[in-house]
Design a binder for this molecule. Structure first.
Ligand SMILES: Nc1ncnc2c1ncn2[C@@H]1O[C@H](COP(=O)(O)OP(=O)(O)O)[C@@H](O)[C@H]1O
Ligand SMILES: [Mg+2]
Length: 404
């Protein structure tokens, strides 16, 4: 039976194009529904766009459910997917109604709201930082009675470290003013700052069975922001930590009734325990999918596409894997990019698999406060995650960005 994939606005994330390529390679017909066709045109090369049924919509006038209903019929198989955070909840609801393989609506609601997530796990054994949820400046001042400096402030529905900031003392509080300046509630989560290594556990759930694929580490940029400069996969930690990461992840996925899909759960390895940071009900962002595919010796995107249509028994061998890493280059200063040098040189460095260009000459590079605005991403391999990251970083240092 012919297979159809209805994709909602999925091209904005690092893995969107890879999902399209994987579906095409499996002979799946793609229906791409978008309100931002110009984005599709810019980011999907013509040879890949060929054969895709592009449906332009205005989301004020239609819904994921209506668009899905217009397409389906009994003679062919249909599945529905998105990677775009703004649409995941709507897609989860439609998928549930039509019994399609996608993250459950309950799991999606908890994962997409950091305050809900904290509250949900507060009654469990999963260690979490102390936190306060505030909507107004008055609430912020009240919360200071129970929170100690430094603490981390973040929007409850954010991603990519956007607007995540460390507040060291009272003088830093003015950095939060922008959240309290408009009519709507601030929706800010304030959390005890946990010092330690930031990691994530990557997993794929099919038919309710969680396959833990491995752990990714992080190389963070300078505070007060939380920009990830590099990451490597698969990392192993001391037995106690590794066991906790695996146990906590399985517990979390079971507790939120995770039945299908990738998950990317972030933790901090604090001095006394492993703390839950956030749950992403999707594949990790950036180049993580590519790195995992290389390391696991399979396409994580093809695995997803196959399982969207039929639940298969998966037998993954996640031992003795080759390591891979990514290092991201940002502009040192904000401004219009005048030149980018050293891309070719970086690609010739030992162990480099790929150098991916982001911003181009003429684009505006903003100040690096979150993970938007990458100029280049260098992917490298190694016999250990540390060595892979050293290779990626070493090659990345030859890339020089000049702005005016
Ligand atoms: N309570 C915390 N203590 C220390 N660091 C934190 C804390 N919360 C978040 N961070 C850091 O900020 C980053 C971004 O926060 P996160 O909650 O993951 O938001 P986002 O959805 O934007 O990724 C995390 O990866 C981590 O490095
Ligand atoms: Mg995060």
């Amino acid at each position: 039976m012919k297979k159809n994939l209805v994709l909602i606005e999925t091209l904005h994330t690092g893995s969107g194009l890879e999902i399209i390529k994987a579906a095409k390679s499996k002979g799946v017909k793609i229906h791409f529904i978008t309100a931002e066709y110009s984005w599709f045109e810019c980011h999907c090369p013509a040879e890949i766009a060929e054969g895709i049924n592009i449906i332009k919509v205005n989301w004020d006038k239609t819904s994921v459910r209506q668009e899905y209903l217009k397409l389906i019929h009994e003679q062919e198989k249909f599945s529905l997917f998105t990677q775009r955070d703004a649409f995941v909840e709507a897609v989860a609801e439609v998928a549930e109604e039509f019994k399609l393989n996608f993250t459950s609506s309950k799991a999606m609601k908890i994962a997409r709201n950091k305050e809900k997530m904290r509250e949900f796990f507060s009654q469990t054994f999963i260690p979490s930082p102390k936190y306060c949820y505030v909507n107004t400046k008055e609430e912020l001042f009240i919360s200071l009675k129970s929170l100690t400096f430094p603490f981390v402030a973040k929007p409850t529905k954010g991603s990519g470290s956007k607007d995540v900031i460390i507040i060291q003392s009272k003088t830093d509080l003015s950095m939060l003013d922008k959240f309290f300046n408009n009519e709507s509630s601030a929706n800010l989560l304030l959390e005890e700052f946990i010092l330690g290594r930031v990691v994530s556990v990557e997993s794929f759930t099919s038919n309710g069975k969680h396959h833990l694929l491995g752990v990714t580490n992080r190389l963070m940029g300078p505070q007060p922001y939380f920009v990830e400069l590099g990451y490597a996969f698969p990392c192993r930690y001391e037995n106690i930590l590794q066991t906790k990461l695996e146990e906590y992840t399985k517990f979390i996925l079971d507790k939120i009734e995770y039945k299908f899909g990738y998950s990317h759960i972030e933790y901090i390895l604090g001095h006394d325990d492993v703390y839950l940071v956030e749950i992403n009900a999707r594949l990790g962002g950036g180049q993580l999918g590519k790195i995992m595919s290389y390391s696991l010796n399979l396409s994580v995107y093809e695995l997803l596409i196959e399982n969207l249509f039929e639940t298969k028994e998966i037998d993954l061998d996640c031992k003795n894997l080759q390591a891979a890493a990514c290092y991201t280059v940002y502009s040192q200063k904000p401004g219009v990019i005048e030149s980018i040098k050293g891309m070719e040189l970086a690609s010739l460095f030992p162990n480099v698999l790929q150098v991916i260009q982001g911003l181009k000459i003429g684009d505006y590079a903003k100040e690096t406060k979150d993970m938007m605005g990458q100029v280049a991403q260098v992917i490298a391999t190694g016999n250990t995650p540390e060595n892979a990251l050293i290779s990626a970083h070493s090659a990345a240092t030859s890339i020089v960005v000049e702005v005016k």
